[in-house]
Design a binder for this molecule. Structure first.
Ligand code: 3PG
Length: 402
């Protein structure tokens, strides 16, 4: 199905696509499981004597997290226990010189590919992407291309679909492992209830996928940004941007209101929404019922205790529970309750369980929920959701076509 690392000739010059997209604090990447997983692939390639030049993206244009990959090289190096060189260029003179300097057994990380206009240009076909200066300049420098970035596999961007058009392309270990697992979940039939807990900040991906999950998911439990947007559609005065808050809600709502309303109409009470929401007041956690909100005046950081009491029995009564995205800001212990208690219920039940989301799977370690209590912890968010809908993934198609 794919050519894998087992099919590579030794000591090649490799261009390797990873997904190191991570939460950013003070301009620096915070470690997450993506680094750990990709480091295994990179270590294997270095041990085989390959010269490994890596490309990856961070954030989206316009967001605070749209930063350089310099600190990512350090985080990756700490997992590899080896040096990772960095060049703040993708295919200009500096990058080409650094690529040239990379010997067998050495690793180099190029700058954020999303700094290039060529990377994301929307409706381009793989053939068109292959014609970009980015692909045309970089491809001839290498013997082969490896894509390990399963979690970005749903993005038909130049670094994902352009290079396989013109180079021998191989799937990395993470790509193969995540692809096989997520595809097997998509094909699996369950006799009992399938529940899906959805949250996180990337509401658009979640909303788009929900429409296609009918027939596969019996019960949705919502939190995070997507939960607030659904509450807004249900008539509550939440799911709105605050004057001094981030732009997470209004634009998203405008773009997705029709879909949300259609989903609410079709799914009815198979969608469970928060009954109470937590926020910060004088440095402490406070909460109020959604029915008591006249106007949104605080940022909501978690679902409340009553909501958890409503969600947990759904988890306990399920044959399978799929989780994508956190129900609140779990990194802050005051607001981890919703995410952690729902995950704890999953861990304690003997249901089949998959937890996805670049960062959500980190909750399991942070709060000692035990990796072994989950069938699969995916480092993918949007791609995992897309795989569950059965829709093709651009990266997979490109690797297969090669
Ligand atoms: C992710 O974090 O899900 C992937 O890195 C894709 O990022 P994107 O949603 O910004 O394309």
């Amino acid at each position: 199905m794919f050519r894998t690392l087992d099919d590579l000739d030794p000591e090649q010059r490799l261009l390797v696509r990873l997904d190191l997209n991570a939460p950013v604090e003070d301009g620096r990447a915070r470690d997450n499981r993506r680094f750990e997983r990709h480091a295994e692939t990179v270590r294997e390639l270095l041990d085989e004597g390959h010269a490994v030049v890596m490309m990856a993206h961070q954030g989206r244009p316009g967001r605070d997290s749209f930063v350089s990959l310099e600190s990512h090289a350090d985080v990756l190096a700490s997992h590899l226990d080896r040096d990772v060189a960095f060049v703040d260029d993708v295919y200009g003179e500096d990058a080409l010189a650094a690529v040239d300097d990379t010997a067998g057994g050495e690793a180099l990380l190029l700058e954020n590919v999303r700094f290039l206009e060529d990377e994301e240009l929307g409706d381009r076909s793989p053939e068109d992407h292959a014609e970009s200066d980015f692909v045309r300049t970089l491809a001839p420098e290498f013997d082969a291309y490896v894509n390990d970035a399963y979690s970005a596999a749903h993005r038909a961007h130049a670094s994902i679909v352009g290079f396989p058009e013109v180079m021998d392309a191989y799937a990395g270990r993470v790509m193969v492992d995540e692809y096989e697992y997520n595809t097997s979940v998509e094909r699996r039939e369950f006799d009992g209830t399938v529940t899906m807990a959805l949250g996180g900040t990337k509401a658009e991906d979640v909303i788009a996928a929900m429409e296609h999950l009918d027939g596969k998911v019996d019960q949705f439990l919502l939190g995070g940004v997507v939960g607030e947007l659904f509450l807004r559609a249900a008539g509550y005065p939440v799911g709105r941007d605050l004057p001094d808050g981030p732009d997470l809600y209004d634009d998203n709502y405008e773009r997705n209101a029709e879909t949300i309303e259609r989903v609410i109409e079709e799914y009815g009470d198979r969608i469970a929404l928060a009954e109470d929401m937590a926020y910060e007041e004088n440095g402490e956690r406070a909460a109020h019922d959604v029915d008591d909100i006249d106007e949104k005046s605080v940022s909501y950081m978690d679902v409340g205790h009553d909501t958890v009491e409503k969600y947990v029995p759904h988890v306990e009564g399920s044959e399978a529970v799929l989780v994508k995205g956190a129900l609140g800001v779990f990194e802050d212990e005051r607001f981890s309750y919703g995410t952690v208690e729902v995950l704890r219920a999953v861990a304690e039940s003997d249901c089949f369980s998959v937890v996805g989301g670049g960062d959500t799977s980190r909750t399991v370690e942070m709060y000692d929920l035990g990796r072994e209590n989950f069938d699969h912890l995916s480092i993918a968010g949007g791609a995992y959701l897309r795989a569950l809908t059965g829709e093709p993934l651009a990266a997979v198609e490109a690797l297969r076509a090669d």
